[in-house]
Design a protein around this ligand. Structure first.
Ligand code: ASP
Length: 598
């Protein structure tokens, strides 16, 4: 048996659902459990509806209407007209119940977690019913089963904990008897022993699928989504990122906890204990291999499997002489955070015990600051500990890989690569498992840091050079021609990929972060904006690219006087302008000193 889960975008509309049908039809399997999310965006809409209704905002009716329209439209586009009426009337009756529940919240101006779960469950209930009916109408041997009768939980509404014993019993009893080739069940929803609807947390359909896969000892769990697997880094930030063909459960867990949104992190646990592989596939590019998550039996494999990032991080640092050798300080620090439900993402403590530093989410920063200061009121008043230091707008980047432990020098390489590119590291953490090396950096450096590290660890050492050229006279224009002519050679032999990002003469300047097309740079430059060396410099800084190089092909003394500014930001300077290096000896030696320092 295989369990296939399709996420919200995969079932967003009739056209996508037909794509899902094709995938299932092409599967050579006798027993398939299909777990589906709500039609894309419906869960958010349901949550907004209940918020508006409980705030007595009449507009909740508009979002109910939108929910109704989306489902009716999907049915009309999927189901042959002669079969529509029974399905429409069932869906309309469900929508009426939803209306009544929302009206209840409106009238009493209140929402409880229990009512929210009841309302939000309609997203998955409706999508799974419609999809199953569509399969039946297309002649497939398919049936619908309400997962609230299978997955049993406690009553923590909003994020209920699964009662595995009863869930496993229910699933086995049902699936061992069913004669249908395909069973479609709603993801995300479950129920308590008393039969009240619960949900498994946002993104929880993945988890539903994993729970069922584990209960029935499925041969494979497939997660169908809108990307082709887990990537070596976030592909929206790193263009060169690639899907990882195979990864261990532990690596996948690290990557999904650290920002890769492909998989809801708790999903791995239920299948891990039974060694059921998870295959992540793209509904919109089913021919692509995707990522297989399975047991790691490849101790010799790639050391760094992926680089992940978490944004919106705040560091809280507690320091002071009163901490040294005093047991219990960290216990109290963590206790205040945990009592308020603040999750700690990263921890570091220097061996001097003079400071402890934790990373939390930006949204928790203000409350954490006041609680920690209150908890240590006495120590702060007596100068034993300083008020907690709060630094926001940070991010974590992490190298992840099971086999990192058998390689030395990886953290050295990571930090020197970042250092060379002027990325300041605020804190470092490495788990004893050595599966993850994390660094806290400025949020604005994330793009540069990820690209630099990706280049270093994944791109066969082809280095991208981001070049800013000033001056396009005789020497300048020949220089551009040379880059153009030698591009292939540089890539093949020297493993360099130069791109001219900025270009200026004394009249105009142009920028293109993807590289200025060098065949017609002169026409483009003629149409550029007014040249301004301060704006040029500021653009180099704000682009914040790795391996940035300023090339001065002018003969201007004013430009030569700006080299120090570039060097101080770890931007290399290359020049044929003789002024800087052949005027005052002091000027020359200062520049040499700076270039050594940075
Ligand atoms: N529909 C739910 C959500 O959007 C669950 C899921 O799709 O995984 O969070």
């Amino acid at each position: 048996m295989k369990v296939l889960k399709f996420g919200g975008t995969s079932v967003a509309n009739a056209q996508h659902i037909k794509q899902v049908q094709n995938i299932i039809k092409n599967l050579d399997e006798n027993n398939i459990v299909v777990v589906v999310s709500a039609l894309g965006g419906i869960t958010d809409l349901l949550l907004r509806t209940i918020d508006m209704a409980s705030n007595q905002d009449e507009k909740y009716k508009d979002s109910l209407q939108e929910i109704e329209d989306r489902h009716i439209k999907t049915i009309k586009e999927l189901i042959p007209i002669q079969l529509q009426s029974a399905i429409l009337s069932k869906v309309k009756s469900e929508l009426n119940t939803l209306d009544t529940l929302a009206e209840g919240a409106f009238l009493i101006a209140e929402k409880t977690p229990q009512l929210t779960d009841k309302i939000v469950s309609f997203g998955e209930l409706l999508s799974s019913y419609i999809i199953s009916e569509f399969f039946v109408s297309a002649g497939m041997n398919s049936a619908f089963k309400d997962s609230r009768e299978l997955i049993k939980t406690d009553d923590t509404f909003g994020k209920a904990a699964v009662d595995f014993e009863n869930t496993n019993k229910n699933c086995n009893a049902y699936f061992s008897k069913t004669k249908n080739k395909i069973t479609v069940i709603p993801g995300f929803i479950s129920s308590t022993a008393q039969g009240n609807s619960t949900t498994l947390g946002r993104g929880g359909s993945d988890y539903s699928a994993a729970v069922v896969a584990s209960a029935i000892d499925a041969e494979e769990l497939q997660i169908w989504t809108d990307v082709s697997g887990m990537y070596t880094a976030n592909p929206r930030i790193v263009k060169q990122a690639k899907a990882i063909p195979q990864i261990s459960y532990e690596e996948a867990m690290e990557l999904s906890h650290f920002g890769a949104k492909v998989l809801y992190p708790p999903t791995i646990q239920p299948v891990l204990s039974k060694n059921i592989p998870i295959l992540i596939k793209n509904t919109f590019a089913p021919e692509e291999a995707g990522t297989l998550i399975a047991k790691n039996d490849n101790a010799q494999g790639k050391s760094v499997r992926g680089i992940s990032n978490v944004e919106h991080i705040t560091l809280l640092s507690l320091e002071g002489p009163g901490m040294i050798g005093i047991p219990g300080i960290s216990k109290r620090f963590f206790e205040v955070l945990s009592q308020t439900g603040i999750s700690v993402v990263l921890i570091t403590q220097a061996s001097s015990e003079h400071s402890i530093c934790v990373g939390i989410s930006d949204v928790d920063a203000a409350i954490a600051e006041s609680l920690v200061n209150k908890a240590f009121e006495y120590e702060i008043a007596t100068n034993k500990i300083k008020p907690v230091l709060v630094e926001s707008e940070l991010a974590i980047i992490a190298l992840v890989g099971d086999n990192m432990k058998s390689h030395q020098g990886l953290s050295g390489k990571m930090f020197s690569t970042l250092g060379k590119n002027n990325v300041n590291i605020r804190a470092i953490a490495q788990g004893a498992s050595e599966r993850n090396i994390s660094a806290v950096i400025r949020k604005d450096d994330v793009k540069k840091a990820l690209n630099t590290l990706h280049e270093e660890f994944f791109e066969e050492n082809i280095k991208q050079l981001n070049i800013y050229v000033m001056g396009v006279g005789n020497v300048g224009s020949r220089f551009i021609k040379q880059i153009q002519n030698q591009k292939k050679y540089l890539k093949k032999i020297l493993k360099l990929n130069p791109r001219v990002i900025g270009l200026s003469n004394s009249r105009t300047m142009i920028f293109d972060e993807d590289g200025i097309p060098l065949e017609n740079w002169d026409e483009l430059l003629a149409k550029g904006k007014k040249a301004d060396r301060t704006v040029f410099f500021n653009t180099v800084l704000s682009n914040n690219h790795r391996n940035s190089i300023f090339v001065d092909n002018t003969a201007s003394e004013t430009i030569a006087n700006t080299y120090a500014d570039y060097l101080k930001h770890s931007i290399s300077v290359v020049t044929c302008n003789k002024i800087a290096c052949s005027s005052d000896y002091k000027k020359y030696s200062d520049l040499k000193e700076l270039s050594r320092e940075y």
